[in-house]
Design a protein around this ligand. Structure first.
Ligand SMILES: *[C@@H]1O[C@H](CO)[C@@H](O)[C@H](O)[C@H]1NC(C)=O
Ligand SMILES: *[C@@H]1O[C@H](CO)[C@@H](O)[C@H](O)[C@H]1NC(C)=O
Ligand SMILES: *[C@@H]1O[C@H](CO)[C@@H](O)[C@H](O)[C@H]1NC(C)=O
Ligand SMILES: *[C@@H]1O[C@H](CO)[C@@H](O)[C@H](O)[C@H]1NC(C)=O
Ligand SMILES: *[C@@H]1O[C@H](CO)[C@@H](O)[C@H](O)[C@H]1NC(C)=O
Length: 481
């Protein structure tokens, strides 16, 4: 993800909130308009709800509440958008990797131009979109199409391709989706409806293993243990390969590789991913505890010294915590907590409380990893993903038991499961101390999720968290008013 566009993010984010993105949601009246109408229509009901955070002003009308009917409408729009994209991919592009929306035809790797990394890092000539969509079909509850798509993947997709892809992209998109779909198929509870596949013989798990084995050469012949960023699925690491990788690319493979290892009972995959995380961790600055964004896998030299939360680093932090939640390894929690402390000390600027006090709005900035000095205040699109995380489908099993599921960085879904709590790698990769033993409780699964949510009044649960005066402050800061 981290190579993708570094955007004008704060401005974009505000523009998005401002309505321009809303309008993208579809036919007239635009959502922004509907939002305004909705708030106006529910006046009697909503006026009080503006209370603490929103005065009954412009901001309150725009952002103050998110009525149930509108949420349901947005859920249906999201479904319709998915069906539109999926059907058109299947009609015009499959078995190619993706639909080129301008030409309305399929697109695969750019064989004529190997240095076209934007395309070639991601498109591996393996029906990427179909695989990527599997667990979404399941969450949407479309069992007939899920079953058809799984069969199609099993019958038509092969990874024996002369394609050079990015290890990270292939992992989060393909490996993640294959594993997620496999777990959904084999789940005895079937929360999304009947997603079982007749005569299923773990084919998706075997495919995941086949792909991961093809990625393994990236972890060989590197002096630090961090993987080469790219690998050819047929021939291994190309000669004269780039030795520089971004931190997220090398350091966020643990969720998918760990799940694969634990499902297969083969520690190899988790071990190489863990070794890469430890290598990166050992290279953090002794003074600030921060990591940079680009590193040489042979020398351990930091080529990119910028430390931040966005492109280049984002999913590294994310996967330390998610690995702990999934696998219960205390080592991962320890690293996450240390990293988090450094982030709070060196990256967070502005006033202490979000909704109180004087000073600039809080902001996570980008700094020099060695001394914490400010480099810039960009926020890129990767850092701004969070508000889009939650769908509004209250009936969906994911929503009803959110604490029992985890989304990978590419949005593939994995249930918390005792099967994933058995470490297999201790014999080859000993723990430093007893204290690092895995946590056996399924920690966050035990937290009663509905409980905390229910303490937030319904009308505030879906409103933006900032008070009007602070929204206005940000608008002024980026020149919107
Ligand atoms: C994709 O794979 C197919 C079948 O293996 C092959 O014929 C085709 O040339 C490949 N396309 C690209 C762009 O590599
Ligand atoms: C399932 O998906 C297919 C393909 O998008 C669609 O034609 C069908 O109507 C969907 N079924 C349901 C119940 O949503
Ligand atoms: C990568 O590092 C290896 C080992 O240090 C070196 O032999 C090779 O030339 C480097 N590759 C590039 C493209 O710099
Ligand atoms: C941090 O300190 C250790 C030992 O004190 C040293 O070996 C290591 O090179 C230092 N790391 C950095 C990035 O300066
Ligand atoms: C979770 O909390 C809700 C509301 O307090 C309660 O009704 C429910 O029984 C609790 N569920 C569990 C599993 O403890």
């Amino acid at each position: 993800m981290q190579w993708r566009s570094l955007a004008l993010a704060l401005l974009l984010l505000r523009l998005a909130l401002h309505g321009s993105l809303w309008l993208g949601f579809g036919p007239s009246p635009g959502l922004y308009q509907r939002l305004t109408l909705g708030a106006a229509a529910g006046k009697g009901l909503c006026r009080q709800s503006y209370g603490r955070y929103f005065a009954a002003d412009d901001y309150g009308r725009r952002y103050g509440s998110f009525p149930r009917a509108l949420r349901a409408q947005m859920r249906d729009t999201a479904r319709a958008m998915f069906v539109f994209g999926y059907d058109n991919y299947m009609r015009h592009a499959f078995p190619h990797d993706e639909l080129n929306p301008i030409a309305c035809q399929g697109r695969g790797p750019d064989a004529g131009n190997p240095s076209n990394l934007n395309i070639n890092d991601v498109l591996g000539n393996y029906s990427l979109t179909l695989i990527d969509a599997l667990d979404t079909l399941a969450i949407m509850g479309n069992s007939s199409e899920f079953q058809r798509a799984v069969k199609l993947v099993i019958d038509t997709v092969s990874f024996d391709k002369d394609s050079t892809v990015q290890v990270f992209e292939a992992t989060i998109r393909i490996l993640g989706s294959l594993l997620s779909a496999h777990i959904i198929i084999t789940d005895s509870k079937q929360p999304f409806g009947d997603m079982a596949i007749k005569d299923y013989d773990n084919e998706l798990l075997h495919m995941a293993r086949d792909l991961a084995v093809r990625l393994l050469p990236a972890f060989e012949n590197t002096k630090t243990g961090m993987p080469y960023p790219r690998v050819n699925l047929k021939k291994g690491v190309p000669p004269d390969s780039n030795n520089e990788t971004c931190t997220a690319g090398a350091g966020s493979l643990l969720v998918e590789f760990g799940i694969l290892s634990r499902l297969l009972g083969d520690s190899t995959f988790e071990w190489v991913a863990r070794r890469a995380v430890r290598a990166l961790w050992s290279l953090r600055s002794n003074d600030t505890g921060l990591l940079g964004n680009v590193v040489n896998i042979q020398t351990g030299y930091w080529v990119g010294k910028q430390s931040g939360l966005g492109a280049g680093l984002d999913s590294f932090y994310e996967y330390l915590l998610k690995s702990y939640i999934l696998f219960g390894e205390r080592e991962d929690l320890h690293m996450f907590n240390e990293a988090y402390r450094s982030i709070q000390s060196y990256l967070r600027r502005g006033r202490e409380a979000c909704n109180e006090g004087e000073g600039d709005p809080p902001l996570y900035v980008n700094v020099n990893m060695f001394n914490g000095q400010l480099l810039n205040t960009w926020i890129d699109s990767l850092q701004a993903f969070f508000p889009g995380l939650q769908l509004f489908d209250e009936e969906n099993p994911v929503h009803k038991s959110g604490n029992r599921y985890l989304f990978t960085t590419e949005g593939h879904i994995v249930p918390l499961d005792k099967r994933l709590r058995d470490s297999l790698w201790e014999d080859i990769f000993p723990r430093k101390s007893e204290e690092e033993k895995p946590e056996n409780r399924l920690g966050s699964a035990e937290i009663n999720g509905s409980c905390n949510c229910n303490r937030v009044p319904d009308e505030r649960r879906y409103s933006l968290p900032l008070k009007s005066i602070y929204m206005r402050q940000i608008d002024q800061m980026v020149g919107l008013i």
